[in-house]
Design a protein around this ligand. Structure first.
Ligand SMILES: Nc1nc2c(c(=O)[nH]1)N[C@H]1C(S)=C(S)[C@@H](COP(=O)(O)OP(=O)(O)OC[C@H]3O[C@@H](n4cnc5c(=O)[nH]c(N)nc54)[C@H](O)[C@@H]3O)O[C@H]1N2
Ligand SMILES: Nc1nc2c(c(=O)[nH]1)N[C@H]1C(S)=C(S)[C@@H](COP(=O)(O)OP(=O)(O)OC[C@H]3O[C@@H](n4cnc5c(=O)[nH]c(N)nc54)[C@H](O)[C@@H]3O)O[C@H]1N2
Ligand SMILES: [Mo]
Length: 742
């Protein structure tokens, strides 16, 4: 065990720097054969003493700060519920330990059998944006060459795909922030749409302080989120639109910019294409009309546009988007509208201004560059591009014909589970789809219809609980690798501690299985060896890492991609030109396809009307991470946020006879959630909010629809119609009764 290791937090894309140290007193390692019971909010078991002390380390994104999740992250290393041996599900549905040899043998047989009976595309892989670059790269290679399937996609489809598609369309390149985060510090105006960094990236808030103090922080959110609340003292603005109307709102802002002569004519002329069509497309979105579509007063729209233009002339203006505006069926168009507004104002590529989207998962950026996406090869190459295929065939030493074509995007992949022509045998690496995918009841049914499900995880997540075989893998502090943060900066993850004896790395698992399956290329369990191959694979691609190596990262050098060999990397993109062939950014005219007031079809399919449906939006709490598989097991976090609560306006609650703390039933045609109500004037009266961190009866994704954006395949997590009623759902009532009786 090393005495101390400089690494980064296991959770979000801010990748706060931390140092891990061994405390003087160590607890014994967890015993093999860990408890096979899936953890629920009620079943939190934590190690008495963490194996490592966590301290924040100075770094440009976090400047020594960490959030509550980061501070408590080490407690999961020796958590009593950790899986430390492969677990095989018996006919009785109970998971029992098996040897690694037996586990690998069973998987090999299942893959061969599935391929023989249904073809190689009946084997599927679901990856994650939390995997290191090395794991994500090798997973894409494993799927295509060892399994021979095209069916690989990952949870970043739920997260980054719309913003990524918009960035590709406008700039020819997708890097979340095309500038270092610290550039925001000197901005005078920042417009944040659908992003609640005060809860989702707390150390980020220090970079908003300057704009906020200058009265220039503007937040667009149907809720008065913690980030929206942060604007008020500084004289900033909170725009509170109807959910799903951000596209109209952005067209309104562009309309004002054009009609008040606030556009940057010189920039538009020199650096963009398609301006005339853009002007026509926003012509009918005058502020009073947009007010009627969005509920945001026309005066606030004009004020926002003027502050952005004023900021661009003074300290700098930035436009940033988050999941609130992207997780909609028109998410790509909405992100495009945000970019169009930024281009009108001359922000992208300027010295003190810019546009960006806030990447979410720890390696959400790198995870979308190196081949775990259905349509992609390493280096952000297209799998349909003959030159890209030839390049990768040469790197992998295989004939080009062996590389399958494009597969299915995540939602379609999950819908195909167990279907004829669908996936029959699935590998999951780093996602808990039973909780986090839309229409979760259907996803769970799909997982249960599989012939073989293999899940790699450290805990028996709700998805792992469904698995035929659970493979225990290393956690962040037990492994080496790299991640690429929200700024496109490549960072080193370093090992501070040895994993429990029965646990293996995913690189090791892929290497053993590739051998057993006679894969036509080599695989490695050594992260640096894999990174060296990734470098060569990415060379000449959009996301070029060929000039980056472990030694320079270990010296603390800042490596922003593209970083071709012989260069010094690219902290700031687009300064001279954009990535399209002619060097120009492209305005793509976009207009709303759905009227915000029209109820989606699901309401008609529902179990029956219970008054007026409400709009459900979903999102995050500070204490929990994603599906909660990790943070619900941290005692301090679970104690702070033990259960889901529905945020509802007091007027809406009163209309249904709901009082604070009452149980409510939230339902639609897809499912039902039962939880307590939290009354709050911070939310619009026709809208309710649920966090998605909780499973089973409290799982928000039992209500969300698996409808996707036609360009990106991103699902609509942030807009569902639901009925909200007083009283516990019948199954919850039974539970409560049982509790009362015992
Ligand atoms: N604590 C915590 N931090 C995290 C994560 C976590 O799970 N927990 N996850 C990480 C990941 S992967 C991601 S992607 C990021 C996400 O980070 P954010 O994008 O900040 O997170 P969300 O809470 O999903 O959504 C942000 C806001 O969008 C608002 N919103 C909902 N619907 C709409 C709408 O129609 N329009 C507008 N304008 N706003 C809307 C919500 O009210 C919410 O306040 O966070 C990262 N950090
Ligand atoms: N309703 C609603 N649903 C949403 C969202 C929303 O806003 N609303 N947001 C969506 C977004 S943006 C995202 S990113 C997704 C994320 O949702 P998920 O994909 O479910 O994300 P996690 O909960 O982080 O799941 C990661 C799982 O892998 C494990 N894990 C962590 N690291 C590793 C690793 O290195 N290897 C392996 N094998 N396992 C690992 C964890 O223990 C956990 O069980 O949720 C989406 N779902
Ligand atoms: Mo995400």
């Amino acid at each position: 065990m090393t005495k101390s290791a400089d690494t980064h937090c296991p959770y979000c894309a801010l990748q706060c720097a931390m140092t891990l140290k061994s405390p003087a007193a160590l607890t014994p390692a967890p015993q093999p054969g860990s408890d096979p019971v899936p953890a629920t909010a009620a079943a939190v078991r934590e190690a008495p003493v963490a194996l490592l002390d966590v301290t924040g380390r100075d770094f440009p994104t976090n400047r020594g700060g960490l959030c509550r999740k980061g501070w408590t992250s080490a407690s999961l290393l020796n958590h009593a519920g950790r899986v430390t041996e492969p677990l095989l599900k018996g006919a009785d549905g109970v998971h029992r330990p098996v040897s690694w040899d037996k586990a690998l043998e069973l998987i090999t047989a299942a893959v061969k059998d599935t391929r023989a009976r249904y073809g190689a595309d009946a084997v599927g892989v679901f990856g994650g944006g939390g995997l290191t670059n090395e794991k994500a790269y090798q997973l894409g290679k494993f799927a295509r060459l060892a399994l021979g399937t095209s069916r690989i996609d990952y949870n970043g489809r739920f997260c980054m795909s719309s913003a990524a598609a918009a960035g590709m369309r406008a700039f020819g390149l997708d890097r979340g922030l095309p500038f270092p985060l610290a550039d925001l510090d000197s901005a005078s105006t920042i417009l944040m749409l659908g992003s609640n960094v005060a809860e989702t990236m707390p150390p980020f808030v220090q970079h908003l302080q300057g704009a906020r103090d200058a009265g220039g922080l503007i937040v667009v959110d149907p809720r008065r989120s913690a980030t929206a609340a942060f604007t008020s003292d500084g004289g900033g603005l909170h725009l509170q639109p109807l959910p799903g109307t951000d596209l109209a709102l952005l067209l309104g802002l562009s309309h004002v910019v054009i009609h008040e002569g606030l556009a940057d004519a010189g920039y538009i002329e020199a650096r963009t294409a398609g301006y005339d069509a853009l002007v026509r497309s926003v012509a009918s979105y005058w502020p009073e009309r947009v007010q009627s579509l969005t509920g945001v007063p026309a005066g606030l729209l004009r004020d926002t546009a003027r502050r952005l233009a004023d900021g661009a002339r003074r300290g700098g203006s930035y436009i940033l988007t988050g999941r609130g505006v992207e997780q909609h069926v028109d998410g790509t168009d909405t992100a495009t509208a945000a970019i169009n507004l930024a281009l009108l104002l001359g922000l992208p590529g300027s010295a003190r201004s810019g546009y960006g989207t806030l990447t979410g998962q720890g390696n959400g950026q790198g995870g979308r560059e190196h081949g775990q996406k259905a349509d992609q090869l390493p280096g952000y190459r297209k799998i349909t591009d003959p030159a890209a295929r030839a390049h990768m065939a040469a790197i992998w030493g295989v004939p080009e014909s062996l590389i399958p074509g494009p597969g299915l995007p995540a939602v379609q992949l999950l819908k195909s589970l167990g279907q004829s022509d669908g996936v029959r045998c699935l590998f999951v690496h780093g996602a808990n789809v039973a909780v986090s995918a839309p229409d979760a009841n259907a996803v769970i049914a799909g997982l249960r219809s599989l012939e073989f499900l293999v899940v790699c995880d450290f805990f028996l997540s709700e998805t792992a609980a469904e698995a035929d075989l659970v493979l225990p893998v290393t956690q962040w502090a037990e492994e080496e690798g790299t991640l690429t943060n929200l700024e496109g900066r490549v960072l080193r993850r370093r090992r501070a501690i040895a994993p429990p004896p029965g646990v293996r790395s995913e690189l090791w698992i892929m290497t053993r299985l590739a051998e057993a399956l006679d894969a036509p290329s080599t695989f490695s369990e050594d992260p640096e060896t894999v990174f060296e191959e990734l470098r060569r694979a990415s060379e000449g691609g959009l996301a070029d890492y060929s000039g980056i190596d472990y030694a320079m990262l270990d010296r603390g050098e800042a490596a922003y991609w593209p970083y071709p060999a012989g260069s010094t990397g690219t902290p700031r993109l687009f300064r001279e030109s954009f990535a399209h062939a002619d060097g120009r950014a492209v305005f793509t005219p976009v207009t709303p396809r759905r009227r915000a007031s029209s109820p989606p079809a699901e309401v008609a399919d529902g179990a029956g009307p219970f008054g007026t449906p409400m709009t459900l939006i979903t999102g995050r709490l500070m204490e929990h991470y994603q599906s909660g598989a990790q943070t619900r097991r941290v005692a301090a976090l679970a104690a702070a946020q033990p259960e889901a609560r529905l945020q509802i306006h007091p007027a809406a609650a009163a209309a249904q006879g709901i009082a604070a703390g009452d149980f409510v039933s939230i339902s639609n045609g897809r499912g039902e959630v039962s939880c307590r109500a939290e009354l709050s004037t911070d939310i619009r009266p026709e809208t309710v909010f649920l966090p998605f961190h909780f499973p089973e009866l409290e799982s928000a994704n039992r209500l969300t629809e698996a409808a996707t954006d036609p360009i990106s395949g991103m699902p609509e997590f942030k807009f569902s119609q639901v009925w909200v009623r007083a009283g516990a759902a019948s199954h919850r009532a039974n539970e409560l009764q049982k509790e009362g009786a015992s």
